[in-house]
Design a protein around this ligand. Structure first.
Ligand code: NDP
Ligand code: MN
Length: 394
């Protein structure tokens, strides 16, 4: 059996207080930083000031672009890239969650080629990415999207209702600073949503057509860490051990999706958020996950079914020695229970997604994320099946 595996091209520092090392790391690759951040949390909590301070102390100048929205838009990217070009920045520093990191990656691409409005052409494949991209440094504030170690960005074109992924080896952050003192401040809702994202990355990469023995080991450990720590972090945000364990899980799952990618849950959830940007990524995943898992188990056999049974076991379910379909189905039950505990039990009706929209969402998912859907272990690149997932997720 052959294995394709490449190590992420990212230097990672993870722990309490590592934000102070940002300047020293950044000065190795740039002198003028554009700090990209979200709406208010990082300023309010004092981390924006600490970021500027660390950079300036190391001799790196800092301009600030704020206001990146959850489910970040191509408008956010254009505005940020314009400032980046105007200020002649030579490195982009993200300070925030997956949305900010993804927007920063996109800004680094657009500013790197000197065309602030270019990002959608890269996403749609009209233009090919090259090394002409500014180096990216990320300071992660959620646990998480995995974006701090992945070669991907996810961006929304509001006018077209499309949320799409761009992947390239050139998008790996060069430096990744994961200070759990920042993640500690996530409100419960963000802890739940981003934590569920970690779980979905691990479960999808583990069962994917692209899965391999290296990523499998990362995935199983990530699922165990989520099982042991997400509820703790949710119930007591100050629990630094649980926060650190979730940061590790986020990182392992991020490594895993970098080679083993995701299957059908992510592309349909992303498309859903493209139509309804107010639905957070983690909530969209939670709502749609069980229908896809159930379908994969019902139509799967052998190794795949065993893998879902291993997920059940890693989530703390008592499985029999057989590791057959009954055991595998316990993973669906465990995910349902976790959703309840984390306040992510909402179905599509409660999220105000009308049934009449299902068909259009599925058409769009098949159009813009067909490649990814095809990595699902069972063939679900079929309109009826994908619509069924939405019907079962009400
Ligand atoms: P977001 O980055 O969307 O952040 C959600 C909210 O949390 C924001 O309102 C933000 O507020 C707030 N927030 C973030 N950190 C903190 C903190 N420490 N304390 C208090 N508030 C905080 O959340 P996620 O990290 O879950 O990112 C989701 C995005 O990542 C999606 O767009 C998804 O598609 C993408 N993603 C990317 C992947 C990749 O490989 N590139 C993989 C999977 C998902 P404020 O704006 O005020 O800062
Ligand atoms: Mn995700």
């Amino acid at each position: 059996m052959g294995i394709s595996y490449f190590l992420p091209r990212t230097d990672l520092l993870l722990g309490a207080g590592v934000l102070s090392k940002l300047g020293g790391e950044t000065v190795k690759i740039g002198n003028a930083a554009l700090i990209v951040t979200g709406k208010s949390s990082m300023k309010r909590l004092g981390f924006l000031d600490k970021t500027v301070e660390s950079l300036e102390k190391a001799g790196v100048s800092a301009a600030v672009f704020s206001g990146v929205e959850p489910n970040p838009t191509i408008q956010n990217v254009k505005d940020g890239a314009e400032l980046c070009i105007e200020k002649k920045c030579d490195v982009v520093v993200a300070l925030g969650g997956g949305s900010v990191m993804d927007a920063s990656k996109a800004i680094a691409i657009a500013a790197g080629c000197g065309e602030a409005e270019s990002i959608w052409d890269f996403v749609t494949g009209k233009r090919q990415l090259t090394e002409k991209i500014l180096p990216i440094v990320v300071v992660t504030s959620t646990s998480g999207s995995g974006s701090h170690v992945t070669p991907c960005l996810v961006i929304t074109n509001r006018a077209a209702n499309k949320k799409a992924v761009l992947s390239s080896e050139f998008i790996f952050p060069r430096k990744s600073i994961y200070d759990v003192e920042i993640a500690k401040h996530m409100p419960q809702k963000v802890t739940a949503e981003s934590g569920f994202d970690v779980l979905t990355h691990a479960m999808e990469a583990f069962t994917n057509k692209q899965s391999n023995p290296v990523s499998d080991a990362l995935c199983l450990r990530a699922v165990e860490l989520v099982a042991d720590n997400l509820e703790k972090a949710f119930n007591n945000g100050e629990d630094l051990d649980a926060r650190t364990a979730m940061a590790v899980a986020d990182t392992l799952a991020g490594f895993a999706i970098s080679t083993a990618v995701v299957n059908a849950i992510h592309p349909i959830a992303n498309t859903l958020s493209g139509f309804f940007p107010e639905i957070a990524h983690g909530q969209a995943l939670a709502t749609l996950s069980q229908a896809v898992m159930k379908h994969n188990i019902e139509n799967g056999s052998g190794e795949l079914v065993k893998k879902y049974a291993q997920i059940a076991q890693a989530l703390g379910e008592k499985v029999s020695g057989e590791m057959g379909k009954e055991d595998a189905m316990l993973s669906v039950k465990a995910v349902g229970e976790l959703r309840e505990k984390l306040g992510l039990e909402k179905g599509l009706a409660e999220l105000k997604v009308p049934k009449e929209k299902f068909s259009e969402i599925v058409d769009t998912a098949m159009e813009i994320s067909g490649e990814t859907i095809k990595y699902n272990p069972i063939d679900v690149y079929n309109k009826d099946i994908l619509v069924k997932f939405f019907e079962e997720s009400q």
